[in-house]
Design a binder for this molecule. Sequence first.
Ligand SMILES: [Zn+2]
Length: 74
Amino acid sequence: MKPPICELCGEDFRHEWNGEEAGGGLVQFADYRPLPSGRMGHPEGLAFFCSRHLIEARSLHTLTLSEALQRMQN
Ligand SMILES: [Zn+2]
């Protein structure tokens, strides 16, 4: 699993993150694929967003992660 760093702007909210919604949150996108059990790493289609970008990211969760990032950069 990646550390809590915003996928869009790179804001690092590790110091605030408590596994829930402090400083930002996790969003699952249309291309989300859970990791096979016992495998380490970061699942596809799952990303952290800081509190400034979380609401917009959640509203785009029906897209794939890369499509959502493209939309948010525009
Ligand atoms: Zn951000």
